[in-house]
Design a protein around this ligand. Structure first.
Ligand code: MSP
Length: 778
């Protein structure tokens, strides 16, 4: 039996339903708030897309706490399933070792970003296993689970059952599905079709934004079929109680984290009390691609088990990079650490929440990030704070003066502040973070304008000293008060910076204030005259354009693929036997100076100098990618190969052409290699599944190829010679054990082989007979 699949991800303009905000949902208890992120798969390392969802949750949690609401913020890692089992095997580790290492990275990043989660659940923990088994037993005891058999298609990457014949492509990720034929337990999802539709109708605020709601409803209206909820063909999962050869379907396992983390399934009274206190969740924040699991399967499981349903599920849009969803499989990821290192966590938080209207997809670029940082933070809020704090120090010895009687200008600023307070909260609570920040930055600009218009630093000749002192006091006290309110409101989004400003304004620690629900008492007038300001301190030092380059460089150097490439290539050069390419080391004098193997070292092998890349390219005949010297990827791959003996053997003995760069010596004589050397290059038959041009890279094609045992992405510099559409389906030869490399923000994992014609055109290597995918060339 097959479950019906449906794509619940669209990117049309979206709006959260106004009248039923998840934050103001009438059903929610105002004293407590429980919110969750999705739990993240441990087959990949965190990137900005994941950080986006988690940062939104953190901002909400901080605001809730600062409003005096007892908040529980849960995140964690999703560690079971076939995908993780395979990733661990590839890494040569047990699934548990593998999951523990990667889960540590996720948690470590959240800590570095200063995220204030209250609990971090791992699905391999006992508390979770126990809870999932209890949920499964409950569903079975209540008659909603039965045994049957399933033959059909399954996408391991998305852990998703897909309709269609063998070879069907997963509609979510585009990978070819696998055929599975198993005895399974089934959940009677079909029994919940009507109940779910009634529930959605009665609870219009249950899911959002509107596009998600529409898609979910149309999916359910299209008819629900029973869902396979166990697998027998692999073992990395939670055993079905009483029938241990089955493991529980990874989505049933994963979704249950929202209750097991609170204590569902535990006999401990403290756990039971926590569960009773916080369940049902107020908000499951998710990425839009997993709304079906959260809005259809999860409520159905809960209804079947007799457990109350969450109050809302809200889907954020995708963070895009290089025009595609930022994702490991596309290879177009940016790591949060990179932004953290150059601009800090607050800059990242501000950018993500200000730039992308919640629910919509949003493009990420280093340029846009730096522009927002300089424009809104350095020149906007940061500059305003610095001007006012410095002037209070300069003119009043750092002590807040008495403002005195208001003039029309102060009344206007006070009213603008009141309006901001009135508008900011509801916008934020409706998840319209971008609107909320826009509103707040109107107040930043108004305060700045007020300061400039009244110019307390400039005494006109016709103004008396006393009048000027009164104006300075009035203007600075008023501006400082506006800053206090701006800072309180922005605290959930810029917690570190707000803490610094709070200190400069002579207030207690903001974290302490947040615990005392300070956001409920921020009305005008809170900054008392006589308050002693703290020392001025820089908030957002302006950055130059090179910050973009710095981030790009860090990203290129630290991306997992590059690290792996560096490590592998370094390994390959660590013994003299493996480093025969001494003649490719540029000689300082421009003459041939064969270097000892050790001197080629790691750097020589990874090669960043242009001259090395170029020369290697010129020497590479059997390399379709290498025909294009302007193609960085190509150059790299050739050089990486050149660091291995077999690769050297593949190079033409043709001497390098004369160039302005230092001359490299040709090999003295063609190097002979052993059969072992040849076998070190893993040449395989692959089939092209996807071929497309890479935006803004005339010469590059992005290929997805199937090796039979795995699929991967390769970038090849053949766009000027091959129409992408004509390549799909073609069987080619690739170097399968080439270290991966990032190019144009995409990972290239392998290299195509082609004959190189005299004019430089490549002709892809292929076969006249039928060959199976993955077959090795020896
Ligand atoms: N393990 C499942 C979720 C189980 S929840 C019970 C899963 N994990 S995931 O690691 O693949 O992705 C988790 C979430 O990361 C996505 O749902 C989404 O919230 C976030 N994102 C991953 N890539 C993203 C973008 N490029 N943009 C925005 N969010 C992204 O699915």
């Amino acid at each position: 039996m097959e479950s019906k699949r449906h794509l619940l991800s669209g990117s049309e303009g979206v709006k959260v339903r106004k009248h039923t905000s998840p934050m103001t949902n009438s059903a929610s208890s105002s004293a407590r708030y429980y919110l969750t992120t999705p739990i993240y798969y441990v087959n990949a390392r965190p990137h900005l897309g994941h950080a986006y969802t988690t940062i939104i949750c953190d901002a909400i949690a901080r605001r809730k706490r600062a409003l005096g609401i007892e908040t529980w913020f849960l995140t964690g890692t999703d560690e079971h399933g076939q995908k993780i089992e395979r990733s661990a095997a590839l890494a040569g580790r047990t699934p548990m070792e593998f999951a523990t290492a990667i889960a540590g990275e996720w948690r470590g990043l959240w800590d570095r970003l200063g995220l204030t989660y209250d609990d971090f659940i791992r699905t391999t923990e006992d508390r979770h296993v126990r809870g999932v088994q209890k949920l499964f037993s409950t569903l079975r005891d209540r008659g909603f689970i039965y045994k049957g058999s399933y033959t059909g298609q399954y996408c391991v990457s998305d852990e998703l059952y897909v309709d269609g014949p063998a070879g069907t492509v997963c509609p979510d990720c585009g990978r070819v599905t696998e055929t599975v034929s198993e005895e399974n337990y089934f959940f009677k999802l079909s029994a919940f079709e009507r109940r779910l539709l009634e529930f959605y109708q009665a609870n219009p605020g249950f899911m959002g934004p509107e596009s998600t709601r529409r898609e979910v409803i149309s999916f359910v209206r299209g008819g629900l079929r029973d869902l396979s909820v166990s697998r027998t063909s692999f073992s990395w999962g939670i055993p079905v109680p009483g029938d241990e050869k089955h493991v529980i379907y990874v989505w049933l396992d994963a979704l249950a984290n929202y209750i097991t983390a609170l204590g569902y399934g535990s006999d401990d009274p403290a756990d039971q009390a926590r569960f009773a206190k916080f369940w049902p969740a107020d908000l499951h924040l998710i990425g839009k691609e997993i709304s079906r699991f959260h809005c259809v399967y999860w409520p159905a499981f809960l209804m079947a088990a007799g457990i109350p349903l969450p109050r809302s599920v809200m889907a954020n849009g995708w963070l895009l990079f290089d025009q595609g969803k930022m994702s490991k499989s596309r290879g177009n990821v940016v790591r949060a650490e990179t932004v953290l290192e150059v601009l800090g966590a607050d800059a990242l938080r501000y950018f993500l929440l200000r730039e992308i209207p919640f629910g919509q997809d949003g493009g990420f670029s280093f340029d846009a990030l730096v522009q927002r940082y300089n424009g809104d933070l350095a020149n906007g809020y940061g500059n305003l704070v610095s001007r006012v704090v410095n002037m209070v120090h300069k003119y009043f010895g750092g002590v807040v003066p008495k403002a005195g009687a208001e003039t029309a200008a102060e009344i206007a600023l006070r009213e603008c502040t009141a309006k901001t307070i009135a508008d900011f909260g509801p916008a934020f609570d409706e998840l319209n973070f971008s609107e909320a920040l826009k509103t707040l930055w109107v107040l930043v600009a108004e305060t700045d304008g007020y300061l400039t218009a009244n110019a307390p630093w400039k005494k006109p000749a016709d103004r008396s000293e006393a009048d000027h002192a009164a104006l300075q006091a009035r203007v600075l006290a008023t501006a400082a008060e506006a800053i206090r309110i701006i800072t309180a409101l922005v605290y959930p989004i810029l917690p570190d910076s707000a803490a610094k400003v709070w200190r400069q304004l002579g207030q207690d620690e903001i974290a302490g204030a947040a615990k005392k629900s300070f956001l409920t008492q921020i009305a005008w007038g809170g900054l008392r005259p006589g308050t002693k300001f703290g020392e001025p301190a820089p908030l957002f030092p302006r950055v130059e354009k090179d910050a973009v380059e710095r981030m790009q460089n860090i990203e290129d150097q630290n991306s997992p693929a590059t690290r792996e490439a560096a490590a592998k290539t370094a390994d390959a050069t660590s013994t003299p036997k493996q480093a025969p390419a001494a003649s490719h080391v540029p000689a300082k004098s421009g003459t041939a100076t064969p270097a000892p193997a050790a001197k080629t070292g790691k750097k020589g092998a990874v090669v960043s100098e242009k001259s090395e890349k170029q020369t290697s390219l010129e020497n590479a005949p059997v390399d379709s990618v290498g025909v294009d010297a302007a193609n960085e990827a190509h150059a790299y791959e050739t050089v990486a190969l050149a660091s291995s003996p077999a690769a050297s053997a593949m190079q033409s003995p043709t001497p390098p052409q004369a160039a302005a760069e230092p001359q490299l010596a040709p090999p003295q004589e063609p190097q002979k290699i052993s059969i072992d050397d040849v076998l070190r290059v893993d040449l395989r038959v692959a089939q092209i599944l996807v071929a497309e041009r890479v935006p803004k890279a005339d010469k590059l094609l992005r290929l997805e190829v199937d090796l039979g045992y795995e699929k991967r992405q390769i970038l090849a510099g053949i766009a000027q010679f091959y129409e992408p559409e004509k390549l799909v389906g073609r069987k080619i030869v690739i170097v399968a054990n080439l270290a991966p490399r990032m190019m144009r923000g995409l990972e290239s994992n392998g290299m195509l082989l082609a004959a190189s014609l005299p004019d430089g055109a490549p002709v892809l290597a292929g076969f006249l007979e039928e060959v199976p995918l993955g077959a090795r060339l020896k």
